[in-house]
Each structure stands twice: as structure tokens, then as C-alpha cells.
Design a protein around this ligand. Structure first.
Ligand code: FES
Length: 99
């Protein structure tokens, strides 16, 4: 990855904004650095406040077993506080806002 390319691009819908998500940051952290406020509370993968759906792309999780059911994972739901972008993503986060 070059110095000009810090990480995958994440588009937040329906807000229509995009931020870069470097591999060392969770989606929640990267959005925060970009001035985008995503729903959050515990920041450790347990409260599910940050639950949202990835409609395009892939993530990995920073903890072994984030608080998601097998069905939720299969449907593309992620917890942004413990998820890192592996590819460009589109997130569906109705409660997102500009910080
Ligand atoms: S903020 Fe609590 S699970 Fe993500």
C-alpha cells in the first residue's frame, strides 16, 4: 500500500459520505477521525449500539466472537467498533451524522 493510499474507502449510506479506513483502525475509529459520527457506546463489541449492515465489501473483526448471531453475520451485519475494512465497503447506517 503506498503512502497515498491509506486504506479502503468506506461509503456511509444514506448520509452519502466516504472515509478512508486504514487497517490499524476500526471502522468506528476511522469514521471518527474523518468527522463522521456513527452510533456507539461500549466500543468493545458487546452493547450492539453500533450494529449496522455492510451492503458491499468485506471486514474482519478484532475480537474472536463479536456480539453477532450466525444469521446476522450471514446477512452482513457488523459491529463497527470491532470491525476493520478488508476491502472498499458500503455501510448502511441510518443514524450516522456529520460530527
Ligand atoms: S459500540 Fe458497543 S458493540 Fe460497538
Amino acid at each position: 500500500m503506498s503512502a497515498n493510499s491509506r486504506g479502503p474507502h468506506v461509503r456511509v449510506e444514506p448520509l452519502g459520505v466516504t472515509f478512508e479506513a486504514p487497517p490499524e483502525l476500526t471502522l468506528l475509529e476511522a469514521a471518527g477521525f474523518a468527522g463522521i459520527r456513527l452510533p456507539r457506546m461500549c466500543r468493545n463489541g458487546t452493547c450492539r449500539t453500533c450494529l449496522c449492515r455492510v451492503t458491499s465489501g468485506e471486514v474482519r473483526f478484532t475480537i474472536e466472537w463479536p456480539g453477532l448471531s450466525r444469521e446476522e453475520k450471514a446477512e452482513g451485519y457488523v459491529l463497527t467498533c470491532v470491525a476493520v475494512a478488508l476491502t472498499d465497503l458500503v455501510l448502511d447506517v441510518p443514524d450516522a451524522s456529520i460530527a
